[in-house]
Design a protein around this ligand. Sequence first.
Ligand SMILES: NC(=O)c1ccc[n+]([C@@H]2O[C@H](COP(=O)([O-])OP(=O)(O)OC[C@H]3O[C@@H](n4cnc5c(N)ncnc54)[C@H](OP(=O)(O)O)[C@@H]3O)[C@@H](O)[C@H]2O)c1
Length: 328
Amino acid sequence: MDEKIIKWGILGTGGIASTFAKDLAFAKNAERTAVGSRTKESATKFAESHDVSRAYGSYDELLQDSDVDAIYVATPHPFHKENVLACLRAGKAVLCEKPFTVNSRELEEMIQYARENKLFLMEAMWTRFLPPIVKVREWIASGEIGDVLLVKADFGFRAPWDPEWRLLNPALGGGALLDAGIYPVSFASMILGTNPEKILSTAHIGETGVDEQFSIIMSYPSGKTATLNGAIRVGLTNEAYIHGTEGYIRVPSFLSAKSATLYKNGEEVETFKDDRNSAGYAFEIEEVGKCLSQGLVESSVIPLDESLEIMKIMDQIRAQWGLKYPFE
Ligand SMILES: NC(=O)c1ccc[n+]([C@@H]2O[C@H](COP(=O)([O-])OP(=O)(O)OC[C@H]3O[C@@H](n4cnc5c(N)ncnc54)[C@H](OP(=O)(O)O)[C@@H]3O)[C@@H](O)[C@H]2O)c1
């Protein structure tokens, strides 16, 4: 069956929207059709920089463009629910940035609407589609490291001190867990499943009222464990390790992985390298296109039920810290 070329609309013109627009050019089944911004000026500038055909000075106009098949939502997380529901109501397929929403209640609403109306919806958990991560899952499935018993994953960086910026601003859903922590939590879910028996966690809540760094230990049936760290004021190694009874796998910079190495008896057995030219977002873009060509309303790689379970874990962790956002 011939794959459809998906006409993409981009909602929001910030940092990640720009990276995504560049990667659309690397995806085999995608076209950069339109962009919508709160201001015409920003939309026009973005369209010129990224070779996007149409620029709209409001999100509504983007949604009304009948040529657009799929919309990529790239606004700060507290606006994801409103923006995604508006896209779905306009009948569009939606790829929404991580974290999918601020909490599981918001996500339930989105999923319910998408399912009732048989519309495609996916969390932009791009890490899952990177070739080294696909390879890691193959190694595990073929028993290369035996029974997987322990996962370690960190993601942290030192963001500049700007209390108004979305990373530190509670009104914009700031904090390490939602922005950075979603990666290690989703990684643990991918390897060990969505049902930890116990979650222990601690966080440092900084002066703006959001978590600046955290540590999590999760335990699963049969004694399996995950240890996860995240931060927005200190750089971490950003590595992931998966340990099994017969060996282990190391994934440097796991969230944007370009390689993965398999070890047995402490020795390197194989390193998988990805020499891609794209930043790595082209793979999730192609997945959306494949799903739409096949008439699917969700991806089996990051199913909606799993995204929801992950968001429930994030809710539980935040509840342990007593961290609520002003809009919740
Ligand atoms: N997948 C990844 O690797 C990755 C990387 C970074 C961020 N993200 C996620 O992507 C989302 C956006 O992050 P970003 O770093 O691109 O943010 P950003 O640079 O601040 O851009 C966000 C954009 O959202 C729009 N927006 C709508 N209402 C807004 C408001 N009240 N305040 C600020 N912006 C508003 C703006 O676009 P207009 O002015 O054009 O309307 C703005 O440019 C977040 O959910 C984040 O977690 C993902």
